[in-house]
Design a protein around this ligand. Structure first.
Ligand code: F0G
Length: 465
């Protein structure tokens, strides 16, 4: 999956970084300008080395960032107003890059007392990436990827998606003046996300097949020199997304949380958070890593399965991940059986001492409703975090007094159909036979029909007390 014949880069190359193959036995490096997505020599994924290890100015950087608060209301300068570009010093771009931005990042870190009680921890904070411009965490990575697309002279950006990457790419490509083409699994994407992609003017191609099939097609299309691949296999996406780690630490006043918990689908997000925290450690800005834990849905949990099979004894990342052939979950965002970034994600979790587990549909749905009761809300995939924290507390991997941050990845309005189904009691779990079985949410709150009459309304209120 490459365009042209990329030349290797020298470790001593000046500039803001280089691309490196993650395979230790290969380790080949390439210049940033090379439009490649996997190592042309060995086929392994790539990551960007921003020369962070050689920097000694961590404290100065921290002070510099503090002078660039969220100034969205006062300036349109990306270096001030974007939660990605304010961390330019740790990103693989020169200061005169054509920064693409919709003023992403700078998202809130909420206290969530009801969710904390539900999980059995004293306190829980929710970092809500659904407050990004298109309503999901994808926007931070897309700001970086579209900027890189412009630098490489790309004309058309392409992605496979369960919906959020698509909406984000559609918006950011339009902002960058690029064409966007999107491959979606037909009938498996929430209408809100589909509507966004249409509205931002992308070419939307619905494929008969699941997300993994769309992703395989994108890998083939990446060979075409006219195409820029915007999935998180693209290491520039990870660079934009890693800034959430910096933001979390700033919001925690540089006190390292004990745990950071994220959903897992294609596994770009956990990769990015792990990279961000590691860079802060390398810079001396933190003295330990938060334990990074990834939560998948039971029916789409290839990495949780692998993790369990390793039994904690891991000195080497395994060569292969057994994909889930027919992934099933109502959290369509993470209905993924063959995640492309699994090695990088697993490496980050292992390095931090975190866990990778999965949760049932019922656990996920109830956790989502509790996040709603905290007046925060999120899309279904994001709620794996709270469901997972509850399980990790029960398993004593998280203790009651631990400082826990969960990353919510998408806005509640991304999937209103799921919410209505939960509260009306019509959600039906997917099963291997395709039959499906309904379940009752513990926190159901169905609408009641009432006659247009004051006394009837007062009687309804009385019943609620
Ligand atoms: N949460 C939401 C809301 C998502 O949209 C996704 C992934 C994830 C979690 C999982 O993140 O893939 O980095 O592990 N959505 C992709 C998409 C696959 O196409 O929108 P991940």
């Amino acid at each position: 999956m490459m365009a042209g014949r990329p030349a290797c880069a020298d470790e001593t190359d000046a500039g803001p970084g280089l691309q490196r193959c993650i395979n230790g036995a290969c380790g080949r490096t390439y210049a940033l300008r090379e439009r490649i997505y996997v190592c042309p020599r060995c086929g392994e994924t790539l990551e960007i080395d921003c020369h962070v290890g050689s920097r000694t100015d961590g404290r100065a950087l921290r002070e510099q960032w503090a002078t660039r608060p969220a100034l969205r209301t006062r300036t349109n300068d990306p270096r001030q107003a974007s939660g990605v570009w304010r961390y330019l010093e740790l990103l693989p771009f020169e200061a005169d890059a054509p920064f693409v931005t919709l003023f992403e990042g700078n998202t809130p870190l909420f206290d969530a007392p009801r969710s904390a009680e539900y999980c059995g921890v004293a306190a829980l904070r929710l970092k809500h990436q659904g407050y990004n411009p298109t309503g999901s965490f994808k926007d931070t990575g897309m700001a970086a990827a579209m900027t890189q697309a412009l630098l490489t002279g790309a004309r058309t950006a392409v992605c496979a998606s369960t919906g959020n990457t698509a909406a984000s790419l559609a918006a950011y490509a339009a902002r960058a003046g690029l064409r966007a083409a999107i491959l979606l699994p037909r009938g498996q994407v929430s209408s809100s996300k589909l509507a966004q992609s249409l509205d931002y003017g992308a070419l939307v191609l619905e494929i008969d097949g699941n997300f993994d099939a769309c992703m395989r097609l994108v890998a083939e299309l990446g060979d075409d020199p006219s195409i820029y691949v915007a999935n998180s296999i693209n290491p520039f996406r990870i660079e934009g997304q890693k800034t959430v780690a910096f933001e979390i630490l700033e919001q925690c006043h540089w006190r390292v949380p004990d745990h950071v918990v994220v959903p897992g689908g294609n596994l770009g997000n956990s990769t990015a958070l792990g990279k961000g925290f590691s860079e802060l450690l390398d810079l001396g800005l933190i003295d330990r890593l938060p334990k990074l834990s990834v939560i998948q849905a039971d029916g789409a949990a290839p990495l949780a399965r692998l993790f369990a099979s390793l039994g904690g004894a891991v000195d080497r990342i395994p060569e292969k991940l057994e994909p889930v052939e027919n992934p099933q979950t109502l959290a369509t965002a993470i209905k993924i059986g063959a995640p492309v970034s699994w090695k990088k994600s697993l490496r980050a979790v292992l390095r931090s001492g975190g866990q990778i587990i999965s949760v049932s549909e019922q656990e996920l749905a109830d956790a989502k409703a509790i996040i709603g009761r905290d007046s925060i809300g999120c899309e279904p995939a994001s709620a794996t975090t709270v469901a997972g924290i509850k399980k990790l507390v029960a398993a004593r991997s998280i203790s009651r007094q631990d400082d826990v941050v969960a990353v919510l990845t998408g806005h509640a309005l991304k999937d209103p159909g799921y919410m209505i189904g939960y509260h009306e009691g019509t959600l039906s779990l997917p099963s291997a036979s395709g039959e499906g079985s309904a379940f009752q949410g513990r926190f159901r709150n169905a609408a009641a029909r009432v006659s247009a009459d004051k006394a009837a309304i007062l009687r309804s209120l009385e019943r609620q007390r």
